[in-house]
Design a protein around this ligand. Sequence first.
Ligand SMILES: *Cc1c(COP(=O)(O)O)cnc(C)c1O
Length: 335
Amino acid sequence: MSGSSLPVVYGDIEAAAQRISAHVLKTPFALSPSLSELLDVPIGLKLEHHQTTGSFKLRGACNALLSLSPAERKRGVVAASTGNHGRALAYAAKAEGTVATICMSRLVPENKLAEIRRLGARVHITGASQDDAQREVERLVEQDGLVMVPPFDNPAIVAGQGTLGLEIVDDMPDVGMVLVPLSGGGLASGVALAVKSRRPDIRVIGLTMERGAAMKASLDVGRPVEIAEMPSLADSLGGGIGLVNRVTFAMCNALLDDVVLLSEAEIAAGMRHAYAQEREIVEGAGAVGIAALLAGKIDPAGRPVALILSGRNVDMELHQRVVNCETDLLREDAA
Ligand SMILES: *Cc1c(COP(=O)(O)O)cnc(C)c1O
């Protein structure tokens, strides 16, 4: 494979797997009888929402932290994410004997703030937007020498997320297609490199929401672009890819076979199916694989499919409303 010109190579993923193996769970893989019957091929679910902290983000965060020099680790790490990356970094920092500082705006709800603190991180509250929080990150890097650990656009993060791909090929050796939730592309870059290095014939499809899909828009025009962010059930898939993206745009461009977009109603149906049929609670971002299959947007071409349930950090009241089909919150014009 022509992966050698990319910013991450297969050996980085193998090294990451060694580095993090004692620090993350090897999550279960389960065949879905209902989806296998519907699609008439074996459909396997990588149950990564059972990962510690509730998402795969722990893999990248652990690999990034364990790749730091002792001096860097002593200075501590910093990020602006209040979502799954923030949780993972907070947990990993505490587990590895360093301190994470998570910057957030004062609009972030109290429960999210308390949760990040409970995981052992320091919380810095500044300004009224994510941009303000990011500026605070840059200030702490400049003034206090903290080490920034970004959520996706970083080789160590991509290599860490790629370890999931190694496990999938071990779990389902005859897999023909892997369905990957896609936002900044750290997960998709790592998983695609891992599985295609093992078996170049495996197709890898990125899945994201119709509302505000920055990577899809960027791939379409051939360079990173910004698009307006809109509220979505798949909130973990929100946000841009960075106009100066250095790692994940090139990798997604080289390695993804296709990107499929999903409506809010389709994502809700995916969450509902995960709950009712698979007995799994997943957040919107974690349900896009099931959603795409149910919507008839994937053609497995007679070969086994693996999909990643990437996270479970959903507000339980919202989850209940989705499961109960109280879909007023899903009106396509709600945004
Ligand atoms: C971050 C995240 C994604 C998307 O990962 P990227 O590396 O940003 O593409 C998907 N699902 C969940 C649950 C996430 O937290």
